[in-house]
Design a protein around this ligand. Structure first.
Ligand SMILES: [Zn+2]
Length: 323
């Protein structure tokens, strides 16, 4: 058995993602609890200006989230933001896979047929589909729920903000523009606003080339969850993360490892390893520890691509199991 096959053999059955009928009308995703987990570890590098902003700005200025950590001030990329963007990216991927596997390509009809309702993030969740089975949620009436099986962690720039953030004190100074301001107004009112002199806005941003370590844990994982997650991250990278994503927040993600088991290291350890220049080699040489049910299976390099390549097959299996 290859290492990749060994990894796949420890995943839960894709059938476990099929929702159960809880009453006449409703279906709820209730994946099997297996005590197994899969951990995905990576390194995200900004490919454009990135605005990790989790607070309300003051008047016409926007500031990047920052935190003092391990002797540096670092840009902070909070787990909640990562999860929000990636949930939407996973749904976009899901709809595209549905369109490809159905005749008319109509994802809404497919969702209504299989899950009782088109699933709309965040206020009209179906709590029956693959997306809800992974990210969890409450149904629209707040009467039924499914648990989230994906755990995200806050992450921080490897580089000091003096180096990686364009701000008042830096050489570049803050960004100037009206796009950011318009997005902000649109965020609050749901509508855009005309361009004008009053839309002048100053904003800090994380510069391209800034690196953030990434750890995501999927509980009771199926192959569809893991292969889907790898594609989801690439899709979110191309779409953009951060508060104002129109032209911002694009990333390149290098996956360092996927493994069965919980990591015996944290984002903070990864920051330290980056400092000492051994981050990539530690993973490439499998010198990292995971706590799995049996012996942890750790995949690196091309093995990760091999798992990503299983997406269509895993999705076909899911559609077949939905009946
Ligand atoms: Zn759903």
């Amino acid at each position: 058995m290859t290492t990749v096959d060994l990894f796949i053999s420890q995943m839960a059955e894709i059938e476990s993602l099929v929702p159960r009928q809880i009453d006449k009308k409703r279906k709820v995703a209730q994946p099997t609890f297996t005590r197994q987990v899969a951990t995905i570890v990576g390194l995200k590098t900004t490919a454009a200006r990135f605005l990790p902003v989790s607070h309300e700005g003051h008047s016409n200025e926007t500031y990047v989230d920052k935190v003092e950590l391990l002797g540096k001030q670092r840009a902070e990329f909070i787990a909640r933001k990562l999860k929000g963007i990636e949930r939407r990216a996973q749904m976009a991927l899901f709809r595209e896979l549905v369109a490809r596997s159905t005749d008319g390509g109509d994802w809404k009809a497919f969702f209504t047929d299989k899950f009782g309702t088109p699933c709309i993030i965040p206020d009209g969740l179906c709590i029956a589909c693959w997306n809800c089975a992974l990210f969890g949620g409450l149904d629209a009436k707040g009467q039924a729920a499914t648990f989230s099986r994906v755990r995200y962690f806050d992450t921080y720039s490897i580089e000091d903000t003096l180096e990686c953030v364009a701000m008042m004190e830096s050489e570049e100074g803050m960004g100037i523009g009206n796009q950011v301001y318009e997005d902000m107004v649109a965020d609050k009112t749901g509508k855009g606003r005309g361009r004008g002199a009053e839309t002048y806005h100053l904003y800090e941003y994380v510069k391209a080339g800034t690196r953030f370590p990434l750890i995501t844990i999927i509980e009771s994982p199926t192959l569809l969850d893991v292969a889907g997650y790898l594609h989801t991250v690439r899709r979110a990278d191309a779409h953009g993360y951060g508060k104002y994503s129109a032209n911002h927040g694009k990333f390149d993600t290098q996956f360092l490892a996927i493994a069965t088991g919980y990591p015996r290291f944290s984002v903070l350890d990864m920051l330290k390893w980056a400092e000492s220049g051994e981050l990539e080699s530690k993973f490439a040489n499998r010198q990292v520890q995971f706590d799995a049910l049996g012996e942890a299976v750790v995949l690196v390099g091309d093995e990760i691509e091999e798992v990503a390549g299983k997406l269509q097959g895993a999705f076909d299996e899911y559609v077949a199991a939905l009946g």
